[in-house]
Design a binder for this molecule. Structure first.
Ligand SMILES: [Zn+2]
Length: 182
Protein backbone atom coordinates (compact mmCIF):
# COMPACT_ATOMS: atom_id res chain seq x y z
CA UNK A 1 0.00 0.00 0.00
CA UNK A 2 1.75 3.21 -1.06
CA UNK A 3 1.86 6.07 1.41
CA UNK A 4 0.19 9.38 0.60
CA UNK A 5 3.45 10.95 -0.65
CA UNK A 6 4.29 8.03 -2.88
CA UNK A 7 1.18 7.93 -5.00
CA UNK A 8 1.63 8.65 -8.66
CA UNK A 9 -1.16 10.77 -10.16
CA UNK A 10 -1.29 8.65 -13.30
CA UNK A 11 -3.23 5.38 -13.25
CA UNK A 12 -0.77 2.67 -12.36
CA UNK A 13 -1.26 -0.80 -13.89
CA UNK A 14 0.75 -2.25 -11.01
CA UNK A 15 -1.96 -1.28 -8.55
CA UNK A 16 -4.55 -3.42 -10.31
CA UNK A 17 -3.41 -6.59 -8.62
CA UNK A 18 -4.98 -9.88 -9.55
CA UNK A 19 -6.78 -11.38 -6.57
CA UNK A 20 -4.69 -14.07 -4.95
CA UNK A 21 -6.25 -17.43 -5.76
CA UNK A 22 -4.31 -20.58 -5.27
CA UNK A 23 -1.36 -22.02 -3.44
CA UNK A 24 1.16 -20.67 -5.95
CA UNK A 25 1.29 -16.92 -6.30
CA UNK A 26 1.58 -15.72 -9.87
CA UNK A 27 3.00 -12.50 -11.28
CA UNK A 28 0.37 -9.80 -10.89
CA UNK A 29 1.32 -8.29 -14.24
CA UNK A 30 1.46 -11.37 -16.47
CA UNK A 31 0.36 -14.23 -14.22
CA UNK A 32 3.50 -16.33 -14.68
CA UNK A 33 4.91 -18.44 -11.88
CA UNK A 34 7.06 -18.35 -9.87
CA UNK A 35 6.79 -14.80 -8.64
CA UNK A 36 7.93 -12.95 -5.52
CA UNK A 37 7.17 -9.65 -3.78
CA UNK A 38 9.21 -6.88 -5.40
CA UNK A 39 9.44 -3.17 -4.57
CA UNK A 40 11.17 -0.85 -7.01
CA UNK A 41 11.55 2.86 -6.25
CA UNK A 42 11.97 5.94 -8.32
CA UNK A 43 12.62 9.61 -7.71
CA UNK A 44 11.89 12.77 -9.63
CA UNK A 45 13.40 16.10 -8.64
CA UNK A 46 11.72 19.20 -10.04
CA UNK A 47 13.83 22.03 -8.55
CA UNK A 48 11.27 23.07 -5.91
CA UNK A 49 9.05 20.04 -5.63
CA UNK A 50 10.05 16.40 -5.78
CA UNK A 51 8.26 13.13 -6.09
CA UNK A 52 9.14 9.69 -4.86
CA UNK A 53 7.63 6.80 -6.75
CA UNK A 54 7.19 3.20 -5.78
CA UNK A 55 6.02 0.12 -7.63
CA UNK A 56 5.28 -2.73 -5.33
CA UNK A 57 3.83 -6.06 -6.24
CA UNK A 58 4.23 -9.75 -6.82
CA UNK A 59 6.25 -10.11 -9.98
CA UNK A 60 7.93 -12.79 -12.01
CA UNK A 61 11.61 -12.40 -12.86
CA UNK A 62 10.90 -10.93 -16.31
CA UNK A 63 8.38 -8.30 -15.16
CA UNK A 64 10.52 -7.46 -12.11
CA UNK A 65 13.56 -6.88 -14.28
CA UNK A 66 11.57 -4.74 -16.71
CA UNK A 67 10.19 -2.64 -13.83
CA UNK A 68 13.64 -2.21 -12.27
CA UNK A 69 15.29 -1.15 -15.54
CA UNK A 70 12.55 1.32 -16.42
CA UNK A 71 12.49 3.02 -13.01
CA UNK A 72 16.26 2.99 -12.58
CA UNK A 73 16.79 4.59 -16.00
CA UNK A 74 14.05 7.18 -15.34
CA UNK A 75 15.50 8.04 -11.93
CA UNK A 76 19.00 8.44 -13.37
CA UNK A 77 17.73 11.19 -15.67
CA UNK A 78 14.85 12.75 -13.69
CA UNK A 79 16.11 12.26 -10.15
CA UNK A 80 18.84 14.83 -9.62
CA UNK A 81 17.12 18.15 -10.15
CA UNK A 82 16.68 19.61 -6.67
CA UNK A 83 18.72 20.30 -3.54
CA UNK A 84 17.28 17.34 -1.64
CA UNK A 85 16.94 15.20 -4.75
CA UNK A 86 20.72 15.19 -5.22
CA UNK A 87 20.95 13.26 -1.95
CA UNK A 88 17.78 11.15 -2.35
CA UNK A 89 18.52 9.97 -5.91
CA UNK A 90 21.75 8.02 -5.22
CA UNK A 91 20.06 6.44 -2.17
CA UNK A 92 17.09 5.44 -4.34
CA UNK A 93 19.43 3.95 -6.96
CA UNK A 94 21.23 1.92 -4.27
CA UNK A 95 17.95 0.66 -2.76
CA UNK A 96 16.92 -0.44 -6.25
CA UNK A 97 20.15 -2.40 -6.63
CA UNK A 98 19.13 -4.36 -3.54
CA UNK A 99 15.72 -4.95 -5.16
CA UNK A 100 17.51 -6.14 -8.30
CA UNK A 101 19.34 -8.83 -6.35
CA UNK A 102 15.94 -10.02 -5.07
CA UNK A 103 14.57 -10.05 -8.63
CA UNK A 104 17.57 -12.02 -9.89
CA UNK A 105 16.93 -14.69 -7.26
CA UNK A 106 13.45 -15.41 -8.70
CA UNK A 107 13.75 -18.46 -11.00
CA UNK A 108 12.87 -18.12 -14.68
CA UNK A 109 9.09 -18.50 -15.29
CA UNK A 110 8.08 -22.15 -15.56
CA UNK A 111 4.42 -21.52 -16.36
CA UNK A 112 3.40 -18.69 -18.67
CA UNK A 113 0.74 -16.29 -17.48
CA UNK A 114 -2.52 -15.09 -18.98
CA UNK A 115 -0.73 -12.12 -20.53
CA UNK A 116 2.72 -11.69 -22.07
CA UNK A 117 5.26 -10.40 -19.52
CA UNK A 118 6.70 -6.90 -19.66
CA UNK A 119 9.60 -6.49 -22.05
CA UNK A 120 12.79 -6.23 -19.96
CA UNK A 121 14.56 -4.51 -22.87
CA UNK A 122 18.14 -3.40 -22.63
CA UNK A 123 20.08 -3.07 -19.40
CA UNK A 124 20.09 0.35 -17.71
CA UNK A 125 23.45 1.49 -19.07
CA UNK A 126 22.61 0.32 -22.59
CA UNK A 127 19.71 2.80 -22.71
CA UNK A 128 20.01 6.45 -23.73
CA UNK A 129 18.51 7.51 -20.37
CA UNK A 130 21.00 5.37 -18.47
CA UNK A 131 23.95 6.84 -20.38
CA UNK A 132 22.57 10.39 -19.97
CA UNK A 133 22.11 9.78 -16.27
CA UNK A 134 25.81 8.94 -15.91
CA UNK A 135 26.64 12.65 -16.30
CA UNK A 136 24.85 13.88 -13.12
CA UNK A 137 25.82 10.66 -11.33
CA UNK A 138 29.53 11.28 -12.02
CA UNK A 139 29.17 14.98 -11.12
CA UNK A 140 27.61 14.14 -7.75
CA UNK A 141 30.26 11.48 -7.07
CA UNK A 142 33.00 13.99 -8.00
CA UNK A 143 31.56 16.65 -5.67
CA UNK A 144 31.32 14.14 -2.81
CA UNK A 145 34.90 12.99 -3.45
CA UNK A 146 36.26 16.55 -3.63
CA UNK A 147 34.39 17.50 -0.43
CA UNK A 148 35.89 14.53 1.42
CA UNK A 149 39.39 15.34 0.09
CA UNK A 150 38.90 19.02 0.94
CA UNK A 151 37.80 18.21 4.48
CA UNK A 152 40.78 15.89 4.98
CA UNK A 153 43.21 18.53 3.64
CA UNK A 154 41.52 21.29 5.67
CA UNK A 155 41.81 19.45 8.98
CA UNK A 156 45.50 18.70 8.29
CA UNK A 157 46.20 22.37 7.52
CA UNK A 158 44.48 23.44 10.73
CA UNK A 159 46.73 21.28 12.85
CA UNK A 160 49.84 22.72 11.23
CA UNK A 161 48.67 26.34 11.48
CA UNK A 162 47.69 26.21 15.16
CA UNK A 163 51.20 26.71 16.72
CA UNK A 164 52.09 29.48 14.22
CA UNK A 165 49.02 31.52 15.29
CA UNK A 166 50.00 31.20 18.95
CA UNK A 167 53.54 32.42 18.33
CA UNK A 168 52.39 35.41 16.28
CA UNK A 169 49.77 36.43 18.86
CA UNK A 170 52.32 36.34 21.64
CA UNK A 171 54.87 38.46 19.75
CA UNK A 172 52.34 41.15 18.92
CA UNK A 173 50.58 41.36 22.29
CA UNK A 174 51.80 44.12 24.70
CA UNK A 175 51.05 41.94 27.74
CA UNK A 176 53.40 39.30 26.48
CA UNK A 177 56.48 40.12 28.57
CA UNK A 178 59.63 38.10 28.89
CA UNK A 179 59.74 37.03 32.56
CA UNK A 180 63.58 36.90 32.54
CA UNK A 181 64.19 40.53 31.38
CA UNK A 182 63.52 42.23 34.74
ZN1 LIG B 1 5.33 -11.28 -15.05
Amino acid sequence: MPGPYQQAPTPDPYQQAQPYSGPMEGCQICGAVPAAPVTVRGHQGMIVVMRSLRRKGTMCRTCGLATFREMQADTMVQGWWGPMSVVITPITLLINLAALSTIRRIPEPVAAGHRPPLNPGKSVFARPRGILGLVPLCLVLAVVLLTVIGMAAGSGEGDGAAPAVKVGACAGAPSCVDPWSS
